[in-house]
Design a protein around this ligand. Structure first.
Ligand code: 9MR
Ligand code: 9MR
Ligand code: CA
Length: 605
């Protein structure tokens, strides 16, 4: 009897809170109702991964009830098990029951069913897949998203399908903003800086945020080159010899190159309209665009990206590689001479016209940018000057974000051990240890919350763009797995993917176009300008953010539930390149690893 007490309470509680199909059907007999209270990766699972689903309930039942996994095709039960009662409450005070069906390894389409006494209340999950190719489309789409963000070009239907569009933002007549003027380029000089990706839901192009984005994507390529070299994104460059991910990154590199002032090596902070454009299509968004103030942050990020590009593109384009390195060195030099030119938008607006009110990406802690640039320049040149900067830098782990890029450098130094100085073994083990300890602590903390996901180990993770915190945690786990070979880290990376795709407190799969309950109204001008079409697919929305800086109406203030799928909500429902890059790294990296396993597995059979 008591077995379904929790479920009974759930049924009642849920009528109040959510009008789900389950609530309507709670006393019906036949068709089990699909319940949003079952939280599971909505795409599914790789065959050998852990497989966990959570049922969210109001109170813990006295004893546990059971779950059944059924084939979606036949309805036949393929597995049964006991639901485990979670020790920890959710952050909004609910209980969870956990279904672990990791033993299910046979490919197929399934759903989870949970039943009460006398079969009066039966609920089920939406269907999900188990198989080797479950995440393939997601992996591709997370990169294709960058193609959709391209400025200065028409998107043809053969590449963009329903999201084809006219070219916008040629950016061949960009004005030097007075804040960026010097003798060679006086105010209102016209310069050209076409191509590149729109930053996010807005149409501006910001060097700092492009920096971490490109670094993350190039590192993804460097870790899994064989995997990426066979991947097609169906972009205009797909037929050439370069892997598609590098074609896509090069589209932004072409723009980034033009953000450097050729007369002194300094790099403009951003290319932007004075204020944000309306929610209109690119070709209709024609306000003047400006090059705004050179900054140290932009210049160091530029140096890091260009140095990494010189290494990554060398096998394909020797000439281009040389130019990237020269650009990186000129930027480094400028940054050494101007170590603290910060972007302070308010101050700038007191001095210059027009006022600039778009994204600031202001960061005044530049030791990490310095380290990242030094790391990439060291790997590109082998110069001991750069190594000296590295060996003086702090060693403690910090998860990357646009304002903290130190570990982009450390990840790459560790991935190129053979290029480190002879006497750097102690340094290297310290860095490796800090990485692995951080990953282990996060993994362990992640097993102590209601959803059993690393992201929910700390409410502080729920900042603007929290989903990218999760995705970057996924990268940390992949790095720890690469270094140690410990399967537990792979499990945590997969649990992070589960979190993003539905095993979470809102029941959303946060990637547009992927899953049953997924954002339909992102704060994305490309999508909002075309309300006749589904949102562009493959984009990770920012995610829960209790600070709610946009003042939109949210359903909850609880950190992991503070999300609303409304175009108003730029603080929880915007998309951004620096959020999609770690998603792409995680989704593709896991696919690369899982496919490798699939291959070696089938060889043994
Ligand atoms: O659309 C803008 C989005 O890309 C930014 O992330 C956000 C915060 O800087 O600002 C959005 O623009 C809004 C502006 O800040 C206030 N007025 C409404 C704008 C569009 O919704
Ligand atoms: O991701 C940025 C976040 O960390 C900041 O808190 C926020 C406010 O400054 O800005 C976010 O970046 C936005 C940028 O300023 C403008 N383009 C859209 C970006 C994502 O919302
Ligand atoms: Ca910084």
């Amino acid at each position: 009897m008591a077995a379904t007490k929790g479920i009974n309470k759930l049924a009642r509680g849920c009528v109040l809170v959510l009008a789900t199909a389950f609530c309507g059907l709670s006393y019906a007999q036949a068709e089990p109702g699909v319940s949003e209270n079952i939280r599971v990766n909505q795409l599914g699972f790789s065959p050998r991964s852990e497989k966990i689903a959570l049922l969210v309930i109001q109170d813990a039942p006295v004893d546990s009830s059971r779950f059944v996994v059924r084939s979606a095709k036949t309805g036949n039960a393929v597995m049964e098990g006991a639901l485990q009662v979670g020790r920890d409450k959710t952050w909004s005070g609910q209980r969870t029951l956990l279904a672990d069906f990791s033993h299910l390894k046979t490919s197929g389409r399934y759903y989870l069913e949970i039943s009460g006494p006398g079969d009066t209340e039966v609920i089920r999950s939406t269907p999900f897949e188990v198989g080797d190719t479950v995440f393939q489309d997601l992996a591709t789409a997370s990169l294709k998203a960058f193609y959709y963000q391209r400025a200065s070009t028409e998107l043809k239907e053969i590449h963009a399908g329903p999201w084809h569009r006219a070219a916008g933002h040629p950016d061949d007549k960009v004005l030097i903003h007075p804040s960026a003027a010097n003798r060679a380029r006086v105010a209102n000089t016209i310069v050209s800086a076409p191509k590149g990706w729109y930053d996010a839901g807005d149409y501006n192009k910001y060097v700092v945020n492009s920096g971490i984005t490109m670094g993350t994507l190039m590192s993804a390529f460097e870790r899994y080159p064989d995997y990426f070299s066979t991947q097609s994104l169906n972009i205009p460059e797909s037929q050439n010899a370069l892997p598609d991910i590098l074609d896509e990154v090069r589209y932004n590199l072409d723009w980034l190159s033009a953000m450097q002032d050729p007369t002194d090596g300094g790099v403009y902070h951003k290319l932007t309209t004075a204020g944000f454009e309306g929610m209109i299509a690119p070709h209709q968004a024609t306000q003047p665009r400006y090059m705004v103030q050179k900054t140290t942050a932009a210049t160091l990020d530029f140096a890091a990206v260009m140095a990494q590009a010189s290494r990554v593109y060398a096998p394909y384009d020797a000439q281009g590689s040389k130019q990237y390195l020269q650009a990186a060195q000129a930027a480094w030099k400028w940054a050494q001479q101007h170590p603290a030119v910060h972007y302070r938008q308010d101050k700038l607006n007191q001095q210059f016209d027009p006022d600039i009110t778009t994204g600031a990406y202001g960061d005044e802690q530049l030791a990490d940018e310095q380290l990242w640039a030094a790391a990439e320049l060291y790997l590109a040149t082998g110069h001991t000057d750069f190594w000296r900067v590295i060996s003086d830098a702090p060693l403690e782990y910090s998860l990357p974000n646009w304002a903290d890029v130190r570990w982009l450098g450390y990840y790459n130094l560790l991935a190129h051990k053979d290029q480190l100085p002879q006497d750097s073994n102690r340094w290297r083990s310290a860095i490796e240890k800090n990485l692995v300890v951080a990953a282990r602590e996060l993994k362990e903390a992640g097993s102590k919350n209601a959803y059993r996901v690393p992201m929910l180990s700390d409410p502080k993770n729920f900042v603007w763009g929290s989903n990218a915190v999760a995705a970057n945690q996924g990268i940390l786990f992949l790095e720890a797995f690469r270094i140690t070979g410990d399967q537990a880290f792979l499990n945590s990376a997969q649990a992070t993917r589960d979190y993003l795709l539905g095993r979470n407190a809102t029941g959303y799969s946060y990637v547009t176009g992927f899953g049953h309950k997924t954002p339909m109204h992102p704060h994305h001008r490309l999508a909002a300008a075309r309300p006749d079409r589904p949102p562009l697919p493959g984009f990770l929305v920012g995610g829960p953010n209790p600070a709610q800086q946009d003042d939109c109406a949210y359903p909850s203030k609880v950190a992991d539930q503070s999300y609303v799928d409304h175009v108003c909500s730029y603080a929880s429902n915007e998309i951004a390149i620096n959020w999609n890059a770690p998603l792409a790294y995680l989704a593709n990296g896991l696919s690369a690893i899982e496919n490798q396993y699939a291959e070696s597995h089938s060889h043994h059979e």
